[in-house]
Design a protein around this ligand. Sequence first.
Ligand SMILES: *Cc1c(COP(=O)(O)O)cnc(C)c1O
Length: 364
Amino acid sequence: MTRPYNFSAGPAAMPEEVLTQAAAEMLNWHGSGMGVMEMSHRGKEFGQIYEEAEADLRELLAVPAHFKLLFMQGGGLAENAIVPLNLSRGETADFVVTGSWSQKSAQEARRYCTANVAASTESSGFTTLPDPASWQLSAKPAYVHICSNETINGVEYHTLPDLHSLGCDAPLVIDFSSHVASRPLDWSRVGLAFGGAQKNLGPAGLTLVVVRDDLLERALPICPSAFNYKTVTANASMFNTPPTYSMYVAGLVFKWLKAQGGIQAIEARNIAKARLLYDAIDTSTLYVNKVEKHCRSRMNVPFYLRDENLNDAFLSGARERRLLQLKGHKSVGGMRASIYNAMPLEGVQALVDFLREFETQHAP
Ligand SMILES: *Cc1c(COP(=O)(O)O)cnc(C)c1O
């Protein structure tokens, strides 16, 4: 029997092939007699797993040679502290607040530096992106932070801002937790990117950081060694024990992505999936998505039922059709369908079929 379609925002559905392979290798990885979680992170077996994961991810994301790729722990929320500890010099950093996650980033940074909000879309209910030309950047920010895909609000940058064209030579920091590897990325505009793995890369516990070489020298003296990018880099992500099993499973996801045709191919599928779902919402009388079309997320599609009294019936009807975890984030209510790389077009089609069926039953 096929598995249900799982629309969780994170930890999120994994490619079935990856789960099957991880299960097959659970007790005995490649004839080593050990499962991956039983291996020393300094042994040759895990060394091979790490090196392949690093190389595959670098190739998939087309990360230039002057960026380091770090596998860390702590998740996106820990990076909200780790980034200012490493980059702020205790001075001013600028934040563009476009949803719950960038708002949290600015709040956390205030412990370590001055956080200037260069723009905020809170008054619109986080349904749009501000034109970079309107940002009130500070005179010499240590860095400029954006969340390139707001997982809760469903707002995505389809083009990264070009700080140079705004007369700013600070590095751009992006929180790409929830759309990493869903589309190509223009590294020429980025100084540092970070993301938790549990949305689009693999299991929780692994945090990916991609940082430009010239940004490794700025850490505050109070920065914990295990979170100092220079220390982590110098030890090839093994200053402390890294999340080895999560790295291994993420490595299987990278191989799966390559077998799918890489990022360009997966992007084309993501575009088709998002179009199918947004079209169904926009042409209905029962459902509504409030985000402006130019910045709607391809990964996280929040929507509301115009009659909220139907929410429980909607969710239980969905569950009966084996469409799981569609409830919206508690801070915004409504529904949310997260359609990451691992969600096939057939899963989105099954959701759209259910949306139409439920609408026919309940439309006024
Ligand atoms: C999920 C998420 C986070 C938080 O990740 P944790 O692993 O829970 O710390 C941060 N930023 C974005 C954009 C996210 O989607």
